[in-house]
Design a protein around this ligand. Sequence first.
Ligand code: OVV
Length: 397
Amino acid sequence: MTLSGIPRLAVDPFSIEFFDNPFPAHEAMREAGPVVHLDQWNVYAVARYAEVYAVLNDPERFCSSRGVGLSDFAKEKPWRPPSLILEADPPAHTRTRAVLNKVLSPAVMKQIRDGFAAAADAKVDELLAKGSFDAIPDLAEAYPLSVFPDAVGLKKEGREHLIPYAGLVFNAFGPPNELRQAAIERSAPHQAYVQAQCQRENLAPGGFGACIHARVDTGDITAAEAPLLVRSLLSAGLDTTVYGIGAAIYCLARFPEQWARLRRDLALARNAFEEAVRLESPVQTFFRTTTRDVEIGGCKVGEGEKILMLLAAANRDPRRWADPERYDITRKTSGHVGFGGGIHMCVGQLVARLEGEVMLAALARKVAAIDITGPVRRRYNNTLRGLDSLPVTLTPA
Ligand code: OVV
């Protein structure tokens, strides 16, 4: 059956079976056509690189202000007040984006780099002393938790809410399945924590949070907007890097020749992280909503339709990537959509890359081998792909 020539698929990209092995379904969606219809949730989807790229780069026809999850804000009340950057279109988006661009700029990265690198070194020394540990809680979570909340300027108390809050935000982009409903049901304490920490008086001077509030004084944003922009950092700035670093460790443990290559040339650390973001795509999907009748890849889609962008499938599209399943730390990774693309492309990408680079460089300098020593367990989320447990043993260099 087709809708004006658009293939209809029964794939549910938010089911446990899909999360356990999304790759055959990614291929089926790419091969079926440039646009497919997913009957389960009554949405269109694009899985090929060319169409994902086209949708990301046409924010006038494919908007974000109606939400970048399944829920259409024109039809349903959002579960929290919309993000002023993620869930906004130009011209509103342009002003808030400029503020976060400055707060997370290359100049700011230069100031925080040595501290982030020293913390990565210290974490690797501590883990080498242990020898065997779980690379998800003890490394992928522990390292970002040791640098990012301090960089934002958060107080010490209550930080245990940060990862559950982010898990909730990314589950909430999905359909009203068990994962989303359970996360929202348990969200009140996490939401209360985040709301309080976004206030100016709770953010240490010099941090990302205080820098956002300082833009109220320059007239770039209002006092009411500042806490919501801090909320974006707490929503998107921690768990994403946890999944990204987890992905990189998982790749380097499974591709020992790439690990050896990295150890021979530490300058590859930044691209080794980038390639893990391409291959694993910690953020698997985002939606857009059509603002008018549109054509994508020769297929007609009406106004007000949700379009699911399968970033992860685009990042392994053989039409775009040679040997797409291979983790190759010397690959030309530019153009991957693991950080999205276009005007909404990850505003925190420099922080993510900094954390990934300094952690992989510290490991490569101090560790001879990373061996997986126990059962690998997946963590299920409607948007994020990553592990819950990765038991490893490190051999010192
Ligand atoms: C990219 C992203 C993910 C989740 C939340 C937000 C952004 C936000 O702006 O709140």
